[in-house]
Design a protein around this ligand. Structure first.
Ligand code: SF4
Length: 304
């Protein structure tokens, strides 16, 4: 690690020997917190409409979505290879026959170097993990799994519909099959103090996750959280506070954990608060600036 933290872009370059970017794929999934299985309306902070790339409107095939994503990302970022990113909603929430069809279509695409599949800890039964293990033996593959907080009271408050024990169980079963897991965590959730947020980072570190994504809690329009915020029931984190929390989290992480993101990145037109969150480049600059100013780096406080 030559940088002060272990970035995904450096990891992908080491692994594939070239510039690798993700292209989003919409597999047409829903979530158990949307279809009535656990609840309706989704997690309190979620507005998936903000994640749908314009090019994907109209439900095209996996191949067509990858084709248009590759063309755009290659032009914009000069990427040479691509990760098919099943990003929208819960991308393991179906029977294994349908999942196999979708994943295999991505695997067959000649530009695809690997798959990234975003999901929840309560939607990865053993038969789905067996399928992922088998595909992962032929193609690079990792799971992105939402935890958000290791505090069960917080998970209940934001309507996640699972517990931290579900996350532990899912990670252990995935790791037992050699499947890498990247954990999503959110800082600034309602009712959380600094100890809760750093406790979440310690929890995922001790579980042996392969990667982590940090997000600031963002109030998006059209979500239950927007109501809470407008009624004065939520005070978003300030930029300085968020930057300091991420730096301290990086110190707590094992050095080998791959850092996929330093902040969330919602389209500006959906963001109610905090507005500092709309510029991820400034957030990254501030985090890297504080790492530099403190002369610190990922892993210095890891005691694994
Ligand atoms: S946060 Fe994830 S699990 Fe919750 S509603 Fe949104 S996409 Fe579904």
């Amino acid at each position: 690690m030559t940088e002060r933290y272990n970035t995904l872009s450096a990891y992908l370059r080491r692994r594939f020997g070239c510039k690798v970017y993700k292209v989003t794929v919409d597999g047409g999934f829903t979530c158990p917190t949307r279809d009535g299985t656990k609840s309706r309306g989704g997690c309190a902070y979620c507005n998936p409409a903000g994640l749908v790339p314009k090019a994907h409107k109209g439900r095209r095939t996996v191949t067509e979505q990858i084709d248009s994503g590759v063309e755009w990302v290659r032009k914009r970022h000069g990427a040479e290879r691509f990760i098919a990113y099943f990003q929208l909603n819960t991308n393991t929430y179906s029977d294994t026959g349908r999942l196999r069809d979708l994943y295999e279509e991505a695997v067959r695409h000649p530009e695809v170097a690997g798959l990234c599949i975003s999901t929840r800890p309560d939607c990865v039964p053993d038969d789905v993990l067996d399928l992922l293990e088998e595909i992962g033996s032929r193609k690079a593959l990792w799971l992105e799994m939402g935890l958000q907080s290791a505090n069960d009271a917080t998970l209940e408050r934001i309507g996640r519909g699972h517990t931290s024990a579900d996350f532990r169980d899912a990670v252990e079963r995935a790791r037992g099959r050699g499947i890498d897991v990247c954990a999503h965590v959110i800082f600034g959730l309602p009712g959380e103090k600094e100890d809760d947020m750093l406790g979440t980072v310690r929890f995922v570190s001790e579980l042996g996750v392969w990667g982590i994504k940090f997000h600031q809690l963002t109030v998006l329009c059209g979500t239950p959280l927007e109501d809470t915020y407008l009624k004065g029931g939520l005070k978003p984190l300030g930029l300085e506070e968020y930057v300091r929390l991420v730096v301290e989290s990086l110190e707590l992480l094992p050095p080998r954990v791959v850092v996929h993101r330093l902040s969330g990145d919602a389209p500006a037109r959906y963001v109610v608060a905090p507005r500092w969150g709309v510029n991820k480049f400034i957030i990254k600059e501030r985090i890297e600036g504080l790492l530099e100013a403190r002369d610190t780096r990922q892993g210095v406080r890891w005691r694994g």
